[in-house]
Ligand binder design. Structure first.
Ligand SMILES: O=c1ccn([C@@H]2O[C@H](COP(=O)(O)OP(=O)(O)O[C@H]3O[C@H](CO)[C@H](O)[C@H](O)[C@H]3O)[C@@H](O)[C@H]2O)c(=O)[nH]1
Length: 326
């Protein structure tokens, strides 16, 4: 059985939908940002807190866990600057408790959600796993700290793990049963689509003076279902002994500017956007684009969906008329 911590959240719930096809799954989530309805009903569900050793112990006692996938983290860069305690308590201290209990219950396989924010402001256009990590905010640092801890646990305790550095996760499940639903929403694609649905008056573009082709920031958008499939490939690699420890980028290898994203949203929806150009948002690197060659070469995963698929699926999800009430 696979324990998915944070399996009611955006990325975790998409992973669970894929994972239940081949594995027995139990989800632990405190529902602070996740949703009970987002958890596939083929998975067992425990409402509990990663920060509570007792809640964690209950799950390990009750279920025969063979691997843990860990999605439960706070992930807003700006908030992490304002409230570093919250980020280090949850993203670092609680994860350490989880790792301690894994040792206690002899669970030795771990998949960790890391981030492109570990790179900070990279000196290269195409980021590989060898690019220097130099995070510029507590969120990125909290994730990199856990990566270091995992490497130490692997060396001393034989932990087998994969850390996956996500670039910009976006899109929704193909049936639109689940999708992105953050409160408040800060991510570009949902904000643009909510605007095009009439739920926001305008879109602000944060910065037009970056050293990029059109002056706006470039990001590597990856479909959340592609991300889910990468986790499953990594899990298989760990369980069949092909992988011991690994750190992989997860991206498409292609960057799009904020302007290009907005234009693609306009094309797909057939609706014009009211765009307001404003100053830079603190902490935004000009360009973050991933080389995902390493994971392709080692376990054969690559992204199958591009920006059009991402936005089309997100549009289907956001257009659901009942979405406000779920
Ligand atoms: O209303 C908006 C929202 C975003 N942007 C711009 O759009 C780009 C993408 O912004 P997102 O907030 O969608 O994504 P980020 O690249 O900032 O964030 C991603 O990387 C972060 C770490 O760097 C976190 O992991 C976060 O959860 C993940 O989505 C950025 O240049 C941002 O400035 C706008 O112009 N207007």
């Amino acid at each position: 059985m696979i324990l998915v911590v944070g399996g009611a959240g955006y990325i975790g719930s998409h992973l669970v939908k894929e994972l239940v096809k081949t594995k027995e799954v139990v989800v632990l989530d405190n529902l602070s940002t996740g949703h009970r309805w987002a958890v596939d009903n083929r998975a067992a569900f425990v409402q509990g807190d990663l920060c509570s050793e007792a809640d964690l112990a209950e799950v390990f006692e009750k279920y025969p866990i063979e691997a843990v996938m860990h999605f439960a983290a706070f992930s807003l860069v700006g908030e992490s600057v304002e409230k570093p305690q919250k980020y280090y308590d949850n993203n670092v201290a609680a994860t350490l408790t989880l790792l301690r209990l894994m040792r206690k219950y002899n669970v030795n396989h771990f998949i960790f959600s890391s981030t492109a924010a570990t790179y900070g402001i990279p000196a290269v256009d195409m980021i590989t796993e060898n690019t220097a990590t130099n995070p510029i905010n507590p969120y990125g640092r909290s994730k990199l700290m856990i990566e270091h801890i995992l490497a130490d646990f692997a060396a001393s305790y034989g932990l087998k793990y994969v850390a996956l550095r996500y670039f910009n996760a976006a899109g929704a499940y193909e049936t639109a049963e689940i999708g992105e639903d953050h409160h408040p929403e800060t991510h570009l694609i949902p904000i643009v689509l909510e605007h095009l649905l009439g739920q926001r008056e305008s879109i602000s573009v944060f910065g037009t003076d970056y050293e990029t082709t059109d002056g706006t920031c470039i990001r590597d958008y990856i479909h959340v279902t592609d991300l889910a499939k990468a986790h499953i490939a990594a899990l298989q690699g760990l369980l069949n002994g092909h992988l011991n420890t690994a750190v992989y980028n997860l991206g498409n290898g292609k960057g799009y500017s904020v302007k290009e994203v907005i234009e693609t949203c306009e094309q797909i929806t057939g609706r014009p956007a009211n765009v307001v150009y404003t100053g830079r948002r603190a902490g935004d690197p000009a360009q973050l684009v991933a080389s995902s060659e390493k994971i392709f070469n080692e376990i054969g995963w690559k992204a199958e969906m591009g920006l059009q698929d991402i936005i089309s699926s997100a549009w289907k999800w956001h257009s659901r008329t009942d979405i406000q009430n779920i």
